[in-house]
Design a protein around this ligand. Structure first.
Ligand code: NCD
Ligand code: ZN
Ligand code: ZN
Length: 425
């Protein structure tokens, strides 16, 4: 195994130092290290972060390998600075059995670019009718701890209560896609002034907020852990603030696109901007940014949702919702938060690793720690070219935008997965 001596790097924004990576761990830190056998990387001007951890990734395998595979999504993740991703269960077949989650987990190991932690479905076939085999998925080789019907809401309150109760036994968490389905029938975009102007059926903020309010009360009632996926409204932030003040064990994520883009994008009628939950108003964006800084929203998660060209480049009403995120998330975070490295490490690595229970991830580079880390060039600016992305899909909302920051290298347990901004395999 090659040793690497990373010279003159700022660890999470600190004063420049050296990092020696050997045998899968950070062996030594300090200025002026010597290691004659090591490959030297000059990291002057670069920032080292603990490898990013994505709690919400769609890898599309099994079933839609034309849109993404575990391998292509893993490569996109590594290029985005990630060392671990949690793979959502809305595949085909659905990841609702020990067999399917073990298959995804094994494919992740074989690709070897990031740790792929499967998420299990809450209900059989995501149909919202009966609980999936949560215990068998937890006991499987994949050791599932996060369960989600993402793409669908667990709308039945009794089923949601039972799921919350069930996962307590193994410190699991239910990740809810908060969308009251009766309030979003036929919805195409955020319900508001822009949807009225365009004559498109709206997805009201209350459809999200009502489910979050219900579920934090359920989580409090049964004493279980709840995680809220892709929070998108100012009202949701207020519900979460209230729940956290009461001591409810709830965590929440926001996506990069909900931190940057608004429903005004729908006026282009370009379906690349169609997503669930929909892009909201500038006031919502401002509230989400403040909540992320404050900690009412715990993490940034990408909701990387690759879609094939035929599912995306069509009329708005027929297009599937969702957008790519893995290869641009750090740049969007840097754009939105500025160079607040400790905050970025907290929201994109340490806290998601803790929520997911991923040992060895989310740890700042220090002697003895597994060498899962990424090197960022904060001064670089890059133009996003969809054709250059490693994802099999092209549905990035940032096409031809100039974004700050570039991932120069990523290490997974001491092995580079990205060097010089390029995937190693
Ligand atoms: N976010 C989306 O718009 N789409 C996701 C599902 C989801 O995250 O709800 C997908 O699987 O494509
Ligand atoms: Zn969702
Ligand atoms: Zn999703």
């Amino acid at each position: 195994m090659t040793a690497y001596l990373i010279r003159n790097v700022s660890v999470v924004g600190g004063a420049p130092t050296d990092l020696l990576i050997r045998d899968g761990v950070v062996a030594e830190t300090g200025a002026g290290l010597a290691a004659p056998d090591a490959t030297v990387l000059d990291a002057t001007g670069l920032v080292a972060l603990p490898g990013l951890v994505d709690l919400h990734t769609h890898l599309r395998e099994p079933g839609r390998e034309d849109a993404e595979t575990v391998e292509s999504g893993s490569r996109a993740a590594a290029l985005g600075g990630y060392t671990a991703v949690c793979a959502m269960a809305n595949t085909s077949p659905v990841a609702d059995t020990a067999g399917v989650v073990e298959q995804v987990w094994r494919l992740g190991r074989e690709a070897g670019l990031v740790d792929v932690q499967p998420i299990g479905a809450v209900t059989v076939g995501l149909a919202g009718e009966r609980l999936a085999e949560l215990g068998a998925m937890a006991d499987s080789a994949a050791r599932v701890r996060i369960f989600s019907d993402d793409g669908h809401c667990v709308a039945d309150p009794k089923l949601m209560r039972r799921a919350l109760e069930y996962v307590k036994a193994f410190d699991g968490v239910i990740a809810q896609h908060a969308e009251e389905p009766r309030l979003t029938e036929g919805a195409q975009m955020h319900e508001g002034e822009v949807s009225t102007r365009l004559g498109l059926t709206g997805w009201p903020a209350v459809a999200e907020e009502a489910i979050i309010a219900r579920d934090v009360l359920l989580a409090e009632h049964v004493g279980s852990r709840l995680h809220i996926c892709h929070v998108s409204t100012a009202g949701s932030v207020e519900v979460l603030r209230h729940a956290k003040a009461r001591g409810v064990k709830v965590t929440a994520e926001v996506t990069p696109h909900h931190l940057l883009l608004t429903d005004e994008k729908a006026t282009t009628y370009d379906p690349v901007y169609k997503v669930n939950p929909p892009l909201r108003t500038a006031a919502d964006v401002a509230a989400l940014r403040a909540a992320l800084a404050e900690g009412v929203i715990d993490i940034v998660a990408t909701d990387h949702a690759p879609h094939a060209v035929e599912d995306k480049e069509c009329e708005w009403a027929y297009a599937r919702p969702g957008m790519l995120g893995l290869e641009t998330a750090l740049s969007i975070a840097l754009d939105v938060l500025g160079p607040q490295w400790d905050l970025i490490a907290e929201r994109m690595s340490r806290t998601p690793a803790r929520i997911a229970g991923l040992d060895g991830h989310g740890l700042d580079p220090a002697p003895g720690v597994p060498a899962n880390l990424t090197l960022v060039d904060p001064a670089a600016r890059r133009v996003i070219e969809p054709a250059e992305l490693a994802s099999r899909s092209r549905n990035t909302p940032y096409a031809r935008m100039t974004l700050p920051g570039r991932i120069v290298a990523t290490f997974l347990r001491g092995e580079p997965t990205v060097l010089d901004g390029k995937a190693v395999k």
